[in-house]
Design a protein around this ligand. Structure first.
Ligand code: V47
Ligand code: SF4
Length: 362
């Protein structure tokens, strides 16, 4: 294969050729990509796989992120967002949330809701919230609640996961975001978010969601104390579940940001490591079509560069409603107009395409 001969050493060629011909790679081979392949080589391989998934298109959508509270029963060591004291806590009432949405409702197709895990709010509380939103904005797609939030709500109201999801779905839930996955490895999880339920519960909730017809996303919090091998096995668990259910729309690597949290002594990873992680995610997760860069977290510049490392989707928050990342050290004010997003994509040499929440082109 010409491309392969030109760009890869004889040792690298067999793996490069397998990737270029669309074959699945093993966890061991993914580690080899980390250690033995250069940034331009990974860019070439990931771009090939990205083109296979969506040609030269890069997707964005118009949404608002709502965080109903920062009060949380858990206490993740990497979290800069959770209320540190009673006076620091806030709650957005359903009325306030509806008001926030109505200020942008002509301009969005999706409402994304996730926040702290409030000690008292169960499934019925959130079902009421969803109904109120749906009543005022029937056209809007509601993507809401991480697996961790849903598991806790079900516990509060003494419901099984399938039962709880069904109530939320009937109240207007259309899909689930991918947060709360962190890193599935139990030893790492015990150190960074010891109170949070184990990774297998996260996977079980998403399995149930997919079974009930709700699509979802998956995330991975990387660049703290985990090893590259633990990143790969996190992605392997997602790849296995996707083989089973086909319910994941997008994978979102979330780079650990170290400001104002209890892991602030851990330095952030260099950009080269981030780009390797994104491109290997694109190559390894051969059954998840979309790789998303969440630009309010990684910044506009990185988001633009990431389009050359397998990313084909930019989360298009259009107002400054998220504080999870501004508190954790992102310099970005989380607002970007559609024109800015389109320009950012076009400048990178790709075609900006607006999508709805389930990746139909708008
Ligand atoms: O679960 C919290 C992460 C997640 C930090 O599904 C941090 O479309 C880095 O999941 N440094 C919430 N990451 C955000 C999330 C998300 C965002 C955008 C789109 C979607 C989607 C999902 O943020 C948490 C946690 O893993 N997080 N603190 C931090 N200091
Ligand atoms: Fe709570 Fe989420 Fe922060 Fe963990 S990351 S403490 S679950 S708000």
């Amino acid at each position: 294969m010409k491309t392969s001969n030109q760009y890869f050493t004889p040792q690298q060629q067999p793996l490069a050729e397998r990737i270029l011909s669309g074959q699945r790679i093993s966890e061991h081979e993914a580690l080899t990509l980390f250690s033995d392949f250069s940034i331009p080589q990974l860019s070439l391989l990931a771009t090939n796989r990205k083109r296979f998934a969506s040609q030269d298109k890069v997707f964005y959508n118009r949404n608002i992120h709502i965080e109903p509270t920062n009060i949380c029963v858990y206490n993740c060591r990497f979290c800069s967002y959770r209320a540190k004291s009673e006076t620091d806590g806030y709650i957005l009432t359903a009325e306030k949330i509806v008001e926030k949405i109505s200020s942008v409702s002509g301009n969005i197709t999706e409402v994304h809701i996730t926040g702290g895990v409030h000690p008292e709010w169960g499934i019925h509380y959130f079902a009421e919230l969803l109904k109120k939103i749906k009543h005022s904005f029937p056209q809007v797609h509601i993507k809401a609640f991480t697996a961790v939030e849903i598991a806790y709500m079900c516990k509060i109201d003494n419901l099984g996961i399938a039962e709880g999801l069904n109530i939320l779905k009937n109240a207007g839930l259309s899909s689930m975001p991918g947060g709360g996955a962190e890193i599935f490895d139990e030893l790492v999880r015990e150190k960074i978010s010891p109170e949070k339920p184990p990774g297998r519960l996260w996977l079980d909730v998403h399995r149930e969601a997919h079974k009930s017809g709700l699509a979802s996303n998956a995330t991975m919090l990387f660049g703290h104390i985990e090893t590259r091998a633990q990143r790969i096995s996190h992605m392997a668990a997602l790849r296995d579940l996707q083989d089973e259910t086909k319910g994941f729309n997008a994978f979102i690597p979330l780079k650990f940001r170290n400001m104002d949290n209890r892991m602030s002594d851990i330095p952030e990873t260099p950009i080269i490591e981030d780009l390797k992680t994104y491109s290997i995610a694109r190559i390894f997760l051969d059954n998840i079509q979309h790789l998303k860069a969440y630009w309010p977290a990684v910044g506009r510049d990185f988001a633009q560069i990431s389009l050359h490392f397998g990313v084909n989707d930019l989360d298009g928050t259009i107002n400054d409603s998220t504080s999870i990342y501004t508190r954790a050290g992102s310099n970005e004010s989380p607002a970007m107009t559609t024109t800015e997003l389109q320009r950012l994509i076009a400048e990178s040499g790709y075609i900006p395409v607006e999508r709805d929440s389930v990746y139909n082109e708008v």
